[in-house]
Design a protein around this ligand. Structure first.
Ligand SMILES: *[C@@H]1O[C@H](CO)[C@@H](O)[C@H](O)[C@H]1NC(C)=O
Ligand SMILES: *[C@@H]1O[C@H](CO)[C@@H](O)[C@H](O)[C@H]1NC(C)=O
Ligand SMILES: *[C@@H]1O[C@H](CO)[C@@H](O)[C@H](O)[C@H]1NC(C)=O
Length: 273
């Protein structure tokens, strides 16, 4: 019984440690360089840490029968390009940098993060020959660590501010659910843990240091047995103060009571002595 309790307590403590310390070892998002370094954007990027060090890719066919493959990494080199956050590869053609993660913006909403990579390769004709830009919309989906990358659209018909838009579902950007353990149950857990520690520690101390035997091995045995007696008395008082206890004290009751029940009640009174 005691060994079982200790084992389950150790398991609970271990899980709590995992909850507190787990999962935040890498800092790959530090490779992303924000165009304006602000704590808010840095925090948004840190949410994406579980998505780093992975290449996401999507194949897209255009109307002109061209096949493009887009490769994307969060703050890492996609498509084997240094700084290549998002790279477009044409079948049998060259690779084009769409967005460089050394020019990053990150915007965090309630259940999404919008990642913007700038400083891509310049357009040949479109968009006033500005540099390409990639926008990756990462939305909360608790059922997947990281879903497939989807190409939404390439907007290059504008005069400027063109962009390639992608989307990705991930649990990494979901709002944190309120903890399932309420404050009350955490306090209870701590209380139970401390009491178990006290009991086991005290038991070992009494047994090994003091050399106690039998029931005396319980720490503060005298105190606890006193508590036990007191509560028994209290219970006795509360539970029996009404009804049959008072009756025998009234002389009429003693006198008129048939003899049948009397011996039992007398025995009751004798017991505590
Ligand atoms: C990431 O953390 C390691 C130590 O854990 C540190 O040496 C390294 O400089 C950090 N990288 C960045 C980009 O901050
Ligand atoms: C990235 O992943 C590879 C294996 O997939 C691993 O060997 C490497 O250490 C990882 N790098 C970082 C910085 O997490
Ligand atoms: C991305 O930007 C960095 C810093 O401006 C630059 O060193 C790197 O070459 C760029 N990557 C590519 C593929 O152009």
């Amino acid at each position: 019984m005691t060994a079982f309790t200790v084992m389950s307590l150790v398991a609970v403590a271990f899980q709590l440690m995992l909850l507190v310390g787990g999962g935040r070892a890498s800092n790959n998002t530090m490779n992303c360089k924000l165009t304006t370094e602000t704590p808010k954007e840095r925090d948004a990027l840190k949410l994406l840490e579980p998505l780093t060090n992975k290449t996401f890719s999507v194949v897209q066919k255009t109307e002109k029968d061209k096949t493009y493959t887009y490769e994307f990494q969060v703050c890492g080199d996609a498509g084997g390009m240094k700084g290549g956050g998002l790279v477009q590869k044409e079948d049998g053609g060259k690779a084009v940098l769409v967005g460089n993660y050394t020019s990053t913006q990150a915007i965090h909403g309630s259940d999404w993060v919008m990642l913007i990579y700038g400083e891509g390769e310049k357009y040949d004709q479109h968009c006033s020959k500005e540099k390409r830009r990639a926008i990756i919309m990462i939305s909360c989906d608790r059922s997947t660590e990281a879903g497939p990358l989807k190409a939404v659209l390439e907007n290059r018909e504008w005069d400027k501010d063109c962009f390639y838009l992608f989307e990705l579902d991930s649990s990494a950007v979901c709002p944190v659910l309120p903890s399932k353990l309420s404050v009350g149950s955490v306090l209870l857990l701590i209380g139970v843990c401390s009491f178990a520690t006290y009991l086991i520690g005290g038991f070992l101390y009494m047994r090994l240091v003091v050399g106690a035997k039998g029931v005396e091995q319980f720490p503060h045995y005298a105190f606890w047995s006193e508590i036990g007696n007191l509560s028994a008395d209290g219970c006795d008082f509360v539970c029996r103060s009404r009804g049959n206890r008072r009756e025998p004290h009234t002389p009429t009751a003693v006198a008129t009571e048939p003899l049948g029940e009397e011996p039992e009640e007398r025995d009751d009174h004798l017991l505590p002595m």
